[in-house]
Design a protein around this ligand. Structure first.
Ligand code: SF4
Length: 342
């Protein structure tokens, strides 16, 4: 930190610092950045200011990553890090010959970079609903799905949310041959669960896990401890196996979605989702949304709406004038073939 910055920090923190000094917007931002990046230690010999260690830093969602744009946040995805925002794009994908319209962008949802995809699904549906643009079916990638969202989308918006659900990540499912949830026989009406060794549960209690309703099922330690199959079932040596179940409607939705997603018909239907990648490419290449031209979330959001409008105008113009949107491509092999023929 420079000497001027340090002196200003001292002045702001001084007990007799005037209130107006702390309220100047630039001082508020700098003070927030400093507090989140540095810590000050006061001792007999004076005071010391040092960088916070990684473990002491607040989470990315709360950390201002640039004093020039206090809405921007730092995030990483698949090993790639960036500062700023992210945009979630929705477009129509019906058969254009039936609708008489090209595929058009219907929603741009802009958030700071730390908001996960799954946190946006419901807001995207709310936005589409407000503009009477809800689809019957919303095809999304795995990042936007969860069993709760599938049930909620159907219940609240009449939408079928189509997308792969995340795989069971329990240790038993990850290790081949382990007893995951599917190895147990579940009788919800009688709150009875039978394990692969024929033992029945002694605990059935409802609660919540990370804000989601769940049921905890427990098996008796007296049966689990001497059980020959224990290595495949639980790592605990002091307690019996515990199993986490979802409420019935959520459980059924998961089972249905997983079964449907393996059918050829659903795989074919789902393949259409890849089309949005071309739209993202168009947005990046034509409207330059990879870099925000503005600071602040509201202006960036507006810029993304302008980008969507531009894409739609280009597509409508191409549709009405019969202009192909993409130039015909010839593969390297085909070009070589043509070269040899000449
Ligand atoms: S460890 Fe317990 S729950 Fe697991 S198979 Fe054995 S008896 Fe059943």
């Amino acid at each position: 930190m420079g000497a001027d910055g340090f002196r200003l920090l001292e002045a702001v923190h001084a007990a007799d610092a005037p209130g107006w000094l702390r309220e100047i917007p630039a001082v508020v931002v700098l003070r927030t950045v400093w507090i989140k990046q540095y810590h000050r230690t006061v001792n007999d010999g004076g005071q010391e200011v040092a960088w916070r260690e990684d473990k002491d830093l607040p989470p990315s969602r709360q950390r201002i990553c640039s004093p020039y744009d206090t809405d921007a946040r730092y995030a990483t995805k698949r090993g790639c890090g960036w500062e700023g925002y992210q945009v979630h794009l929705t477009e129509t994908c019906d058969d254009a010959t039936e609708t008489g319209l090209p595929h058009l962008v219907t929603n741009m949802a802009t958030t700071d970079a730390t908001v996960t995809d799954v946190e946006r699904t419901e807001q995207i549906h709310t936005g589409l609903n407000r503009r009477n643009l809800l689809p019957h079916e919303h095809i999304v990638d795995a990042g936007y799905t969860s069993a709760e969202l599938m049930v909620g989308a159907r219940r609240d918006f009449g939408i079928t949310l189509v997308g792969p659900l995340r795989i069971d990540n329990s240790p038993q499912a990850r290790t081949g041959g382990g007893f995951d949830r599917t190895a147990f026989t579940i009788d919800r009406d009688n709150q009875r669960v039978t394990c692969p060794q024929g033992v029945q549960n002694t605990i059935w209690s409802t609660g919540s896990e990370r804000g989601r309703e769940s049921i905890v099922v427990g098996f008796p330690i007296t049966s689990c401890q001497p059980c020959p199959a224990r290595p495949r079932c639980t790592r605990s040596t002091r307690a019996g196996r515990q199993l986490m179940l979802r409420p019935r409607d959520i459980h059924d939705a998961v089972e249905r979605a997983r079964t449907e997603h393996t059918t050829d018909e659903r795989k074919q239907r789902y393949a259409i989702r890849a089309g949005v990648e071309a739209t993202i490419h168009q947005a990046v290449a034509v409207t330059g949304i990879r870099r925000s031209r503005y600071t602040g979330l509201p202006k960036t959001r507006l810029a993304h709406v302008f980008a969507a409008t531009a894409i739609n105008l280009i597509r409508l113009d191409a549709w009405w004038t019969g202009t192909p949107l993409d130039r015909p491509r010839t593969s390297h092999l085909a070009r070589l073939d043509l070269g040899l023929a000449a």
